[in-house]
Design a protein around this ligand. Structure first.
Ligand SMILES: [Zn+2]
Length: 975
């Protein structure tokens, strides 16, 4: 060894991540040692936290939205685990439903087979296989994200055991009187020929033909022939019209048209009735140039009046009553609302209240029924011209105006939806059937009461209002679908009584059979074998409607979670975490089923996350070309980069992703990687004898320890942990703050402490106290940062921890620490910095509960940092003036005003400040008020050249140096 050589850091932890190459190896190791189970085993005695997985749909590769959701769940699980909880997490998949069935129908169509040519069992078999294939693909993709879970026991909604549980729960709901069959308007997709759930509906702006239509008054107190004017944006609903609603408190105006604009469809001298507030709009929009107001009437005065249908002469010969309706407004339209009981929820309610006819006008595919005059067979979306023409012919059209509005569409086919009354099965929200304290209350009441009583913590705060108003305003839950790929409602319905066969033994037999082989048999003739021999088949209908998939997934908490054999209670689940749209989807369906069947919620906490946007705040979409592909990010940069991106965004709001944002994340990653590498390098060959008790550390090292202590407290607060009690974790998971705090810590350490201590680390004697103190501090820094980063950078921290175990602990990671014989390991365990674990995985470590605080040292160094700033500025100036080349050539004189000079924290700190400023010497003096120094703030600094020669080893300039300084001399002599 040359006398000039220094103690360079050494580590096998590479500067470059090369994550795409390394991550798969770590995944394999975790799988080989069954890390999930090892962690469970290690926390056997600890309280449980089970996150219930809202199932993704198994019909394609995962996209960034999936990745975001699963990574967030993984963070929650891993932080819970780090806090010492026994974390239960089993992923699941939603398998049934329309998107898969439609895909399979397409495949059969390509082979020339229509839906009716394919036996239902073959169709279901093909759907099953399709779902299974995608589950395998998604499973591997989720694993690649570093997502730690029980992959051996996943749940699938198409598993026979799951289907049996669904069938049993549906029987339970039926027995409780919560399920009924009824004609009710449901949002119907003509393109897919099925009702859709609320959550499957999206709203798009479209332009519709809106019509102003005359309904001639027949029974009225007016003496001249007059028409009531209605305005509709859905002309196809006119054949279903059975009433007109008015607002009882509004003022209505009777007018005579005196002049019309050219091209107007109105006629002069015509008498019209509309709300007074709507007159201006009506006349302007529809070409009425002048009119005379004849009379004004209160809405109430219209009671009992009757119109005829505008197409009376064409076969619509029924009466159309005028009825009061509080839902009517005079903000738009005419103040009269055309009411078709089959085509709207308010219309339906009015129809029910006044016993109006509920006509069937539209077939499944959207064609008008054969009995509909003029329009039979015509598709409703193409019917507007024909309806206009028919109205014109009868002089019943006042105007047609294109109208832009937000209209419901199918999320899948993107085709418009209509409200259509069909016989469907419903879960009643309002029938008082559930008993609470002996009182019968409705499902809606019981759900709202639970929200009011805050039995669930909805996050972010305030989202309980969202779910509350959604449940308050929703219609009964339509649970039937006219499709094949799903769990059928396994009911027998009596043709005459309209009652379901209620027989516990039959229910049980059906459930048993489903549990053995799945529910598919119900859609074949075999199901009839469950009808008692005493009954005649021809008296009964076997219901073949399948169940809304949202009811199936909404029952996961019972059909899956509750079925698990576990010593610790898994139900209700500790929490759920999904996108904020699930307030009307899965959160709600889970909550309602649980309130119906259990009388209490299925979870304690509901966490939500936002959606994916690009860096300009636009929704990510293929057509905009701004989609972030998780597979590409993983292949190019690694899953840890993707994970760090998720963590550094505020997930409760919408999250932004783009190449530029990912570039910033990569910079952040490098900072974390560098500090792990630097500390590992500095710890090379650390021996237990070097360990210094924290209380004996020098001031600057105590300052570092106090920084860790402060960061530790802030990090705890980001997890909602109060009073050092990890059991209190959970009310919040502020990953963004965790990243921010760790980043700030790393910046403070690498731009200051590590830089300052390079000299000691590289040049001081291995057995010197000062170097041992630095190395002990590096040990604290490494174990602190690697642990806090481990839930987020799960791969990189494991890689770093393995390097630490191999290079520094000299322990074989595959052997674990159950064996004694690694003195350093024992020392770290004794000092509560490591935990004994079966394998040396960072993910088997717990949070360090307490770190010593050194407020005095911290205050002293903070005060010195102000002086350091002044000196640094002075040195910068001296460098610019070419007085010195590097800070080691300087000997600054620092002049303090009286108050600072006599301050106790700045007593006798020349040597420490020399270190902090990385100069060869430094002198602090009391400022002489008569002298004029260059001032930096209130501190005067004179930079002089350091006296002496430059030590050839450490480059400090000191009077004693010939070739080496005294320290370097002694180090090299002894080595
Ligand atoms: Zn030296």
């Amino acid at each position: 060894m040359s006398i000039f050589s220094v103690l360079l850091p050494k580590t096998s932890f590479a500067m470059k991540g090369k994550l795409p190459d390394k991550e798969p190896d770590l995944l394999k190791w975790w799988q080989d040692i069954d890390l999930y189970q090892k962690i469970r085993d290690a926390r056997k005695q600890r309280p449980m936290r089970s996150l219930l997985d809202g199932p993704p749909y198994a019909n394609g590769p995962i996209h960034m939205g999936h990745a975001l959701n699963k990574v967030l769940k993984d963070f929650v699980n891993r932080f819970n685990s780090l806090c010492g909880y026994d974390v239960h997490f089993v992923p699941g998949w939603d398998c049934h439903g329309l998107p898969i069935e439609a895909k399979i129908e397409e495949q059969f169509l390509k082979k020339g087979l229509s839906k009716n040519d394919v036996p239902v069992t073959d169709l279901r078999q093909a759907c099953h296989q399709f779902a299974e294939e995608w589950i395998q693909v998604q499973k591997e993709q989720f694993k690649r994200l570093g997502f730690l879970a029980d992959w051996q026991h996943i749940y699938r909604t198409m598993d026979p055991s799951f289907e049996a549980a669904i069938v049993r729960d549906v029987f339970e709901l039926l027995k409780k009187g919560l399920i009924y069959r009824g004609m009710r308007p449901v949002l119907w997709s003509c393109a897919e020929e099925t009702a859709l759930a609320e959550a499957e509906v999206e709203y798009k702006d479209i332009v519709s033909a809106s019509l102003y239509v005359k309904f001639p008054l027949e029974k009225t107190l007016l003496d001249k022939p007059t028409s009531v004017v209605i305005w509709t944006t859905t002309p196809w609903s006119l054949p279903g019209n059975r009433a007109i609603c008015y607002l009882p408190d509004a003022v209505y105006a009777l007018i005579e048209i005196t002049k019309i604009k050219e091209g107007s469809l109105w006629q002069e001298k015509e008498h019209l009735l509309c709300a007074a507030d709507c007159l201006q709009n009506l006349t302007q929009e529809t070409g009425i140039e002048e009119y005379q107001a004849l009379q004004s009437l209160k809405g109430k005065e219209l009671a009992g009046w009757m119109c005829s249908h505008p197409l009376k002469e064409d076969g619509y010969s029924f009466e159309v009553p005028l009825l009061p309706g509080d839902h009517v407004t005079t903000d738009s339209g005419t103040g009269f609302v055309h009411t078709a009981p089959g085509h709207g929820l308010e219309d339906f309610a009015i129809g029910k209240q006044y016993s109006l006819e509920l006509p069937e006008t539209i077939l499944d595919d959207g064609a008008f029924c054969p009995h509909i005059p003029l329009f039979a067979g015509l598709n409703i979306w193409k019917a507007a011209p024909a309806i206009q023409e028919a109205l014109l012919k009868r002089h019943m059209l006042g105007a047609h105006v294109p109208y832009l509005h937000s209209y419901p569409h199918s999320w899948r086919s993107k085709k418009p939806l209509c409200y259509r009354a069909t016989p469907q099965w419903f879960i009643s929200l309002d029938d008082p059937v559930l008993s609470a304290n002996g009182q019968a209350i409705s499902l809606r009441q019981s759900a709202l009461r639970s929200i009011e009583q805050e039995t669930v913590q909805w996050r972010p705060k305030g989202s309980e209002n969202r779910i509350g108003s959604m449940i308050a305003g929703r219609p009964d839950w339509c649970i039937s679908r006219k499709r094949s790929w799903g769990v059928p409602l396994t009911f027998f319905l009596h043709k005459e009584t309209g009652q379901c066969l209620m027989d516990e033994a039959i229910f049980q037999a059906i459930c048993d059979r489903v549990g053995q082989e799945g529910v598919g048999f119900w859609l074949t003739d075999e199901a009839w074998s469950f009808l008692p021999a005493t009954e005649k088949k021809e008296d009964w209908i076997k219901i073949e409607d399948i169940i809304d998939v949202w009811l199936e997934s909404g029952l996961v908490h019972r059909a899956f979670l509750k079925q698990i054999d576990s010593e610790k209670a898994l139900w209700p689940s500790w929490a759920v975490l999904e996108g904020s749209d699930q307030h009307r989807g899965w959160f709600q369906s889970s909550f309602l089923t649980s309130m119906a069947l259990e009388g209490k919620p299925p979870f304690h906490f509901v966490f939500t996350h936002g959606f994916l946007l690009d860096d300009k705040g636009r929704k990510q979409s293929k057509s905009l070309g701004n989609v972030t592909d998780p597979h590409q990010v993983i292949a190019q940069d690694g899953a840890d980069i993707l994970r760090l991106w998720v963590a550094h965004e505020d997930y409760e709001k919408d999250l932004r992703a783009s190449d530029q944002i990912l570039q910033r994340v990569k910079d952040l990653y490098r900072r974390f990687r560098n500090i792990l590498r630097y500390t590992l390098g500095g710890l090379h060959d650390f021996s237990p004898g070097e360990w210094i008790e924290p209380s004996l550390l020098p001031t600057l090292e105590k300052w570092v320890m106090h920084k860790l202590h402060l960061a530790h407290q802030q990090l705890h607060a980001s997890l909602g942990i109060v009073q050092k009690d990890p059991a209190s974790a959970g009310p919040m998971f502020d990953f963004q703050s965790i990243v921010r705090i760790l980043n700030q810590l790393c910046c403070d350490l690498s731009s200051f402490y590590l830089d300052v201590r390079k000299d000691i680390l590289y040049c001081s004697a291995p057995d010197s106290f000062e170097r041992q103190a630095v190395r002990t501090t590096l040990m604290h820094i490494f174990l602190f940062i690697v642990r806090w980063l481990s839930p987020i950078l799960c791969f990189t921290t494991e890689e770093a921890f393995q390097c630490f175990c191999k290079d520094i602990l000299k322990a074989d990671v595959s052997q674990g620490t159950s064996e004694q014989g690694h003195p350093l390991l024992e020392l770290l365990i004794q000092n509560n910095l490591l935990e004994r674990s079966e394998f040396l995985s960072i993910h088997l470590q717990n949070l360090i509960l307490d770190l010593p605080a050194f407020p005095e040292a911290h205050n002293q160094v903070q005060a010195l940092l102000d002086l350091r700033q002044a000196v640094t500025q002075a040195l910068e100036q001296a460098r610019n003036d070419k007085k010195i080349a590097s800070s080691l050539e300087a000997h600054p004189y620092v002049f303090l005003p009286e108050n600072l000079y006599s301050s106790s924290v700045l007593n006798n700190v020349d040597s420490l400040l020399t270190d902090l400023c990385i100069t060869s010497n430094l002198t602090i003096q009391k400022a002489d008020p008569l002298q004029d120094y260059p001032f930096f703030g209130e501190v005067g600094v004179l930079v002089r050249q350091a006296v002496g020669k430059k030590c050839q080893r450490c480059w400090k300039i000191l009077p004693e140096v010939n070739i080496l300084c005294d320290r370097c001399q002694s180090v090299t002599q002894n080595s």
